[in-house]
Write a protein that binds this ligand. Sequence first.
Ligand code: 3PG
Length: 306
Amino acid sequence: MKILVATEKPFAPVAVEGIREVLQAAGMETVLLEKYTGRAQLLEAAADADAMIVRSDKVDAAVIEAAPRLKIVVRAGAGYDNLDLDACTAHGIVAENTPGQNSNAVAELVFGMAVMAVRNMYAGTSGTELRGKRLGLHAFGQVGRCVARIAAGFGMHVSAFDPFCPPEVMREAGVEPADSVEALYSASDVLSIHIPATAETRGSIGARLIGLMPKGGVLINTARKEVMDENGLTEALASRPDLRYLADVRPDCAEALAEAYPGRVFFTPKKMGAQTAEANINAGIAAARQIVAFFRDGDTRFRVNK
Ligand code: 3PG
């Protein structure tokens, strides 16, 4: 049985080794396709795969159709907006993710960016501290919860807005539930975005919400670029010279923003929130184990398609 690990952005070698060991112990062969540069390579590699492990790699209808033996695809990570769930369902393929396995890495990067912002991008000028400041979490899922845990160490006051999370869960984590998304943005010195990219959330954060942030506000996006309304973001940065925007998910207008607002925006060259050895090991090995459990026991606990 062939398990294709297709990662345009490779896992750390130690994670690949772990995946290989888990699959080998179950009598499965690991086929590695890393740093591929064209779709043709992915389609070719998928041709004889019984299962696939991917990261943000796009698994669309063309990939599914090129893989007649495919039974399961596991996104080693949280967001599965890169998987065409309808195409998977139509071909009887199980689609899964590995929730929580890379969350801490993303949460740590949020603080890497928050400190960078309040220290004026390390320009040497006098900045401010995070202690005593208000941190807002736009969604309280796995990453939001890790961010809240770390924020406690910084001495920040944390609130969150998440219509899918019961307020008691937030309170138990020492987080104040916000009544509305507007209330959250209005009361957050640092606002960290953790919503997935869905039909409802795409383009949902724009000038109206960003403009509610208090003076000197720092907006951090380690989630998805698609949740931003880029025109609205540009408008907000133009009309509010005190605001800053840092993202691990480069907007399409990154170069224009960097040129127009030096010192107020920062973008990682490539999405690297989950790019740690630990996150790669956790998510990669979880994906391998889920594949073994699927073929051995029919386990579909982490299924995300119908
Ligand atoms: C996720 O959804 O798990 C993160 O965005 C990480 O994505 P990556 O595996 O492409 O780094």
